[in-house]
Design a protein around this ligand. Structure first.
Ligand code: FAD
Ligand code: NAI
Length: 509
């Protein structure tokens, strides 16, 4: 018993010590150490955007090698995989945001950040024109920033395919503001539907939640929304129970086209059980403020245009190229055939240029526009830039040494310099050995509602396609481990616990 008691005491003390050690380190990292000032003689590296591609580059970049300037209208990084959970309040939006200033202040050499949108890249003159479009503007809100090297990581905008009424009436799901708007509209629809004297037809319209686009964004949102209804809304507002209805509209024959066939079937079956209606082979052609017009073929193969009334419309039909990127493409003759973004080579250099690189959704490199691809591309560029700086440093040292060698007097001195040159040449060969970018696909994951997820994972022996509640725990732990910081992880866990214990918040603001 004595031995057991002592073992228990030691374990207890160890756990307390471990916790204290961890807390101390978290506290210590709260305020960073002083940073070195950038060296003006070094090249200026301008990075556009603070999304997956750019932040992954900045994370691994040795900022002592360049004068780094970051330009983005968003002064935070957003962990997009958990954004659908913010539309229903399962997770609070600030839990998946990481302020870019906090992150940049931890770099060894200071990095400049301008909260602005790059309006134009002047390729010829190596200048980026920027504009401060925030609410508060100073006397200067437009200027230009010269660059030696430029990384374009501005992502993509929402595709609407020019369908009338989408921009005016639909909600998108790309940014924090979009998720907040959706959350507010869900509650507004529910409260307006219970307004005194509302007609039954209007109640049905207001409580019809339509999602257009059966890709992972649309599917995850539909799942989250149905959960919100099942777990919270119907309990707090029982009057809406019989009319609340989620419909997912998809132009192709099935949802989640990038997943395995059995997972597509599993998702469609789960949606059926959750009473989410899936309308495949249905293409939305027009949108008004109260209904969408969707085209499909009837049993005889005739095209039918149906009016579908809605209260909330969420538009998730994929990506389109940003105007600033289109403009840059038009300045480079080698990009004349590019349609979906900047064409890059295997080193992510924008084709037709020497000093511009592109990462993420704005670059076309034969990979899907995902966070996984963007972050691997960013990390690759960081390695490339670190190597390039090392190469330049070694080459300049070699230049000095060859001069020394030619002026050295005596065999011993010459041999010593020769030895140094050989060492440096060996290092240079090692440093220069950086292969082209190779994407390593880790798999695809998506939440489909009622605490189920689907996963297509690259496994040692091949591919593993799985769906269900266990996969949901895998989904949660995978996204938790991928969160940007310990702070984000703690906030997300707290939100999950809060939603489980108290339910989601149904306040409208
Ligand atoms: P973004 O992350 O979109 O970042 C673009 C950055 O550029 C932003 O900081 C923006 O403010 C800035 N910017 C925009 N215009 C300008 C300008 N003119 N000048 C300067 N800066 C500008 N992928 C996955 O792999 N797994 C997932 O689970 C997943 N879930 C997703 C869920 C949702 C709801 C969404 C919308 C996407 C999801 N994705 C997921 C896709 C993933 O988010 C994108 O592929 C990824 O964000 C692309 O990274 P990026 O760096 O190219 O662009
Ligand atoms: P998407 O491009 O994957 O899917 C859009 C869907 O909308 C397509 O299936 C298309 O057929 C449909 N569509 C287009 N126009 C339509 C119309 N008029 N009417 C009806 N349907 C129409 O877009 P999504 O889901 O926004 O994803 C964008 C990118 O982000 C993808 O690369 C995706 O893989 C990635 N992503 C990944 C996630 C994950 O891995 N869990 C989650 C969310 C996004």
């Amino acid at each position: 018993w004595g031995f057991l008691r002592w073992t228990w005491r030691l374990t207890y003390l160890g756990a307390i010590g471990g916790l204290a050690y961890l807390s101390y380190h978290i506290y210590q990292s709260k305020y960073p150490a002083d940073q070195a000032e950038p060296d003006p003689s070094k090249k200026t590296l301008v990075v556009l955007g603070t999304g997956w591609g750019s932040v992954s580059l900045l994370k691994k970049l040795d900022t002592t090698n360049y004068n780094v300037i970051v330009i983005s209208p968003r002064n935070y990084f957003l962990f997009t995989p958990l954004l659908p959970s913010c539309t229903t309040g399962t997770i609070e939006h600030r839990s998946i945001m990481e302020p870019i200033r906090n992150f940049l202040r931890h770099k060894s050499t200071a990095v400049k950040y301008y909260e602005a949108e790059a309006t134009k890249v002047d390729y010829e003159n190596k200048v980026v024109h920027i504009s401060d479009d925030s609410e508060i503007k100073g006397s200067t809100s437009q200027t230009s920033v010269p660059f030696d090297m430029l990384v374009v990581g501005v992502g993509a905008e929402n595709a609407t395919f020019g369908i009338p009424g989408v921009r005016e009436n639909a909600c998108f799901l790309k940014e924090v503001g979009d998720a907040q708007q959706i959350r507010k509209r869900i509650m507004d629809c529910c409260e307006t539907a219970t307004f005194k004297g509302q007609s039954p037809e209007e109640v049905r319209r207001l409580l019809h939640m339509v999602v257009v686009g059966g890709g992972p964004t649309g599917v995850e949102f539909a799942g989250e929304l149905q959960d919100f209804f099942e777990h919270d809304l119907r309990k707090w507002i029982p009057e809406i129970t019989n009319n609340f209805h989620v419909t997912l509209v998809e132009a192709l024959p099935n949802v989640l086209p990038m997943f395995s066939k059995n997972l597509i079937d599993y998702t469609e079956q789960t949606f059926k059980e959750e009473t989410i209606e899936i309308r495949t082979k249905t293409m939305v052609k027009n949108v008004t403020d109260t209904y969408i017009e969707a085209e499909f073929k009837d049993a005889e193969g005739n095209k039918v245009l149906e009016k579908i009334p809605y209260g909330l419309l969420v538009w998730a039909t994929g990506n389109a190229v940003r105007p600033m990127v289109k403009d840059l493409m038009s300045q480079i003759p080698a990009q004349k055939d590019a349609r979906r973004g900047l064409m890059v080579n295997e080193y992510l250099v924008v084709k037709g240029t020497e000093n511009i690189w592109a990462v993420g959704d704005c670059a076309i490199a034969n990979y899907a526009p995902t966070a996984q691809v963007a972050s691997q591309e960013g990390a690759f560029l960081a390695r490339l830039f670190n190597q390039m700086a090392k190469t330049e440093d070694i080459e300049s040292k070699l230049g000095v040494l060859s001069e020394e060698q030619s002026t050295a007097s005596g065999k011993e001195a010459r041999d010593e310099v020769f030895g140094k040159i050989k060492d440096l040449q060996k290092r240079l060969r090692r440093v220069k050995q950086i292969g082209p970018f190779e994407y390593s696909h880790q798999g695809s994951l998506a939440y489909i509602g009622s605490e189920k997820a689907v996963a297509d994972i690259s496994w040692l022996t091949g591919n593993l396609a799985t769906g269900g509640s266990l996969t949901y725990f895998f989904w949660r732990s995978a996204y938790l481990s991928m969160c940007f910081s310990t702070r984000n992880r703690i906030l997300v866990i707290t939100d999950w616990i809060k939603a489980k214990v108290f339910g989601r918040d149904t306040s409208r603001e």
